[in-house]
Design a protein around this ligand. Structure first.
Ligand SMILES: [Zn+2]
Length: 416
């Protein structure tokens, strides 16, 4: 789920793609100017899953995990929302100041199917993230909460432009969040947990600051910001609206992930990949529109269209978020979540939380839902965790170190 996204915008309900652009050249940017991609591509068969019994919930919680898609403004502790609101005179705007009731209210709002209630949740969290102290605290606690859940590497994303209401500048926002992340890492280390966190700077797709945010992401690349993203309503705001930002980042060798194929269909993924240089796709659930079963229930394999083929062949990481995807109507049960099929067909899929507060979840809980749905073993989860680490926006040596010195030994210890 994206900040300010529609809670009920299913992949199927997306408006039809804009008229065909026969030349394939970048065209109007107010709609996705892609025709449906040509059919064709390859036929693949589901692979046998890694051996082993379904992972036990306690093993999942203790396993070293990698989190690539987690919104800072979607993961506050309810008690922190209430306390920060009291400090800045916002408490009377909250539906309740009781932490337990407030936590329930956020989850219910995200489940309600009401766009107004859903957006109200993010309005409240952003409202209390407008001061340096508030941002430091929220970022530090996010890192501590990830570490307590067994996350060893995480990327937290947020849109700096949404935190300027009380006079902070964009650079002050970025520096406060970075300071909070370092504080959280130190506190986690003191508690005996090793975690490292990078930040993704998001630009809001319905706004016009993406070039500015891209330049900031680039400027802070060696200082905590590991990549760039666009978030917000997908339908009506295609990635190519921000072409200038993406071209700037690509030319400077910065990392890019793009929310696509969550509330809008396959054309959004295609544009994100092939025009806007996305290395990873936020959600990407709509990739299943490009996968056709052959025979009853895929008994004779699956035919991949060209977009799905490219995603699979290039090992492009899809950042899927099961509970959030359920809340936005991508699927109607965990058992129907595209993760099951995509994992079996060899796509590089990762499990993520999106908004821990609004979905009332953690990365462990998301994996536990997937184990219940698909019977994933510890070996399956280890493979996905290694894939997530390979897709992290870190230098090669650091990714290798993360895998060889943290993830592999962590899983080996669980199997003993
Ligand atoms: Zn998201």
């Amino acid at each position: 789920m994206q900040t300010n996204a529609s809670p009920n915008a299913s992949a199927d309900s997306a408006a039809p793609a804009a008229s065909a652009n026969a030349t394939g050249t970048p065209g109007a940017t107010d709609t996705i100017a892609n025709a449906a991609p040509p059919v064709g591509g390859q036929i693949v068969r589901p692979a046998a899953r890694a051996a082993g019994a379904p992972a036990a919930p306690e093993q999942v919680r203790r396993a070293p995990k990698v989190s690539l898609h987690d919104h800072l403004d979607g993961g506050l502790r309810p008690g922190t929302v209430a306390e920060l609101a009291a400090e800045i005179g916002y408490a009377d705007r909250l539906p309740t100041t009781d932490p337990e009731e407030l936590g329930r209210w956020f989850r219910d709002a995200a489940d309600s199917g009401s766009l107004e209630r859903y957006l109200e949740g993010f309005a409240h969290t952003c409202a209390v993230m407008q001061t340096r102290e508030g941002l430091i605290r929220v970022a530090a606690e996010a890192v501590e909460d990830l570490a307590a859940d067994g996350v060893v590497y995480g990327e937290l994303r947020y849109a700096p432009e949404q935190h300027l209401e009380r006079g902070l500048s964009l650079t002050e926002v970025i520096e406060a969040v970075n300071e909070g992340c370092r504080l959280g890492e130190r506190r986690a280390a003191e508690a005996g947990r090793r975690i490292r966190v990078g930040v993704l700077a998001s630009a809001m797709r319905q706004a016009k600051r993406s070039r500015e945010i891209a330049e900031l992401a680039d400027a802070y690349r060696e200082r905590g910001v590991v990549g760039f993203d666009i978030a917000g309503p997908e339908n009506g705001f295609p990635p190519a609206l921000h072409q200038e930002a993406f071209d700037f980042l690509r030319f400077n060798g910065d990392h890019i992930t793009i929310h696509a194929g969550e509330a809008y269909g396959l054309p959004s993924i295609r544009e994100a990949l092939h025009r806007c240089h996305a290395e990873r796709i936020g959600h990407g659930a709509a990739i299943v529109e490009d996968i056709t079963p052959i025979g009853e229930g895929g008994a004779e394999g699956y035919r991949l269209g060209r977009v799905a083929s490219w995603v699979r062949d290039s090992r492009t990481c899809l950042e899927l978020c099961p509970t959030s995807n359920l809340q936005t109507g991508v699927c109607s049960s965990y058992a129907e979540h595209p993760l099951g099929l995509l994992a079996s067909l060899g796509f590089r899929v990762t499990v993520n939380t999106d908004n821990r507060l609004m979905s009332g979840t953690s990365l462990s809980e998301e994996f536990i839902h997937m184990v219940a749905a698909f019977g994933w073993s510890l070996a399956d989860i280890e493979r996905m965790t290694v894939d997530a680490a390979e897709s992290a926006f870190l230098p090669l040596d650091e990714r290798r170190e993360l895998i060889e010195e943290v993830i592999r030994p962590g899983f080996a210890a669980l199997a003993d």
